[in-house]
Design a protein around this ligand. Structure first.
Ligand code: BES
Ligand code: MN
Ligand code: ZN
Length: 494
């Protein structure tokens, strides 16, 4: 898709289709009002007659003649008082989905002048353009790599986005780059696990490094990890024919001595549970257990496109969790890279085992902050459902920054505690700790396990088990929490 920002008067901008927002009762937004006047009150008449109700997501496509636009697409934008970020996203999604089915090749979108309230404040034009760009990219996504018959190409080729000022271009670009990053995350997640294994994931990082010269990639194989003492990570890949990889990507856009922000992703390319085998139903969805890694990839691509003045390091712990004669047994004790010993009572609690060594490894970067991302616990879905990502942190300022970014990006997280009182659930009779904490507070004890390896730096953990993908008929990766991450990273400078 071709995107351009259009700042000239609407009446002078030709298009196959002009897209405007129509609210239920409130006054028409400026651009809609302007076109209404030009068309002799047509839009207000259609609203009065009930042909367009203005209800959120309702659409009406009208052919025009003798105008710079061959068609008008009116999109219901609901009530001004009720329009928040999520409603704005629905409005944009309804517009692009209606456009997809229309014959228009060139669309002109004037959708950035409806009021949107964000946490009580009014969203600015830049927020709207960013959200618009991202939502367009999200809605145009499809994954058809493994279909014999490819869907026909979109007739829509060009989208011009109406704005007042050329200065708004950056906001639109930021949104588009975020959407493209999300779509990379979705592509990686949706890949079948017979292709997307740790070595393949590492190759994708090498490719990213080739595509974006600002990204430097380094890959560690199992021998190199063994030499570093990463035995908890290696205990997870022990049962698999696919060797593990540690993937390191560095983006250096800041000053030489600026401490980097570090992202760590759980990259279990398939989680059978290992010897503690999972039940069969829905097990295919455990191909998404590399969702943390995939979101790190997406965020790094967006960062490489936007080139902020920051230093960012990404580390992905990639492994496959399989049962076999060489697999780790429940009861095995391994020594982590940190020197702490772990009694593995359940081989299905493998995410924390790969992450703890990766979290020890990243100390060498002297990080400003470390954020890990992981589809870590089913319990997180029980606690927060599919709406919010679970957030855990040893630092209030970092936690609040992530919460704020999630709000702003419509990609919310919710904080849960990691109080000392929970730590005792990890006590082991035979080692420094065990890898499971029992049924109560399963997401919290998983985070408590990680917290034992992150004492030396400011750290947050995002449990994306409920948010990284959707199940059922519309099964697919969501691209979350790339928007949260991008807002968070850029909040340190851009
Ligand atoms: N990858 C799973 C967590 C998961 C399960 C995410 C379902 C999304 C949907 C993780 O490795 C796991 O198996 N966790 C166990 C931990 C338990 C054994 C302590 C779980 O959540 O059941
Ligand atoms: Mn598991
Ligand atoms: Zn897992």
């Amino acid at each position: 898709m071709n995107y351009t920002l259009s700042t000239g008067p609407l009446a002078d901008t030709k298009a196959d289709c002009l897209v405007l927002a129509v609210p239920e009762k409130s006054a028409l937004p400026a651009s809609t009002q302007q076109v209404d006047t030009l068309l002799g009150g047509l839009i207000s008449q259609l609203r009065d007659s009930g042909d367009i109700t203005g209800k959120l997501e309702a659409t009406l496509l009208i052919p025009l003649s003798g105008q710079p636009w061959q068609r008008l697409l009116l999109v219901g934008s609901g009530e001004d008082e009720k329009r928040k970020g999520a409603e704005y996203r629905k409005l944009v999604a309804a517009a692009i989905n209606r456009l997809k089915d229309s014959p228009a090749g060139h669309a002109l979108l004037a959708l950035s002048d409806s009021p949107v309230s964000l946490n009580g404040d009014q969203a600015g034009v830049n927020w709207k353009l960013e959200m618009l760009g991202r939502t367009l990219e999200e809605q145009l996504y499809r994954f058809s790599a493994y279909k014999s018959e490819q869907p026909p190409a979109f007739k829509l080729e060009t989208i011009r986005v109406q704005a007042d000022d050329a200065e708004n271009e950056k906001a639109l670009e930021r949104g588009l780059a975020t959407g493209r990053g999300m779509n990379l995350t979705r592509d990686l997640g949706n890949m079948p696990p017979n292709i997307c294994n740790p070595v393949w994931l590492a190759e994708q990082a090498v490719e990213l490094g080739k595509r974006y010269p600002h990204i430097q990639t380094e890959i560690l194989d199992e021998d190199q990890m063994r030499a570093l003492g990463m035995n908890t990570l290696l205990s997870v890949s022990a049962g698999s024919a696919q060797p593990a990889r540690l993937i390191i990507m560095q983006y250096r856009g800041g000053k030489q001595d600026d401490k980097p922000h570090v992202l760590v992703g759980k990259g279990i390319t398939f989680d059978t549970g290992g010897i503690s085998l999972k039940p069969g139903e829905g097990m295919d969805e455990m191909k998404y257990d590399m969702g943390g890694a995939a979101s790190v990839f997406g965020a790094m691509q967006t960062i490489a496109e936007l080139q902020p003045a920051l230093n960012i390091v990404a580390v992905i712990a990639a492994a496959e969790n399989m049962p076999s004669g060489t697999a780790t047994r429940p009861g095995d004790i391994v020594t982590s890279m940190s020197g702490q010993t772990v009694e593995i009572l359940n081989t299905d609690a493998e995410g924390r085992l790969v992450l703890c060594d990766a979290l020890t490894y990243v100390k060498r970067f002297d990080p400003a902050t470390v954020v890990d991302l992981a589809t870590l616990t089913g319990a997180c879905i029980i606690a927060l459902g599919h709406q919010a990502t679970g957030l855990f942190s040893n630092d209030d300022e970092l936690a609040n920054r992530l919460l704020t970014s999630g709000e702003k990006a419509c990609d919310r997280a919710w904080r849960l505690p990691i109080w000392d009182e929970y730590q005792q659930q990890l006590d082991s009779n035979f080692a420094d700790m065990q890898n499971i904490g029992g049924r109560p507070a399963g997401s919290i004890t998983a985070a408590c396990f990680l917290s034992r390896f992150t004492k030396d730096y400011r750290w947050a953990h995002l449990d994306i088990a409920g948010t990284a993908w959707t199940s059922g008929k519309s099964k697919g990766a969501t691209g979350r929490p790339v928007p949260l991450l991008i807002d968070y990273l850029l909040s340190h400078g851009n």
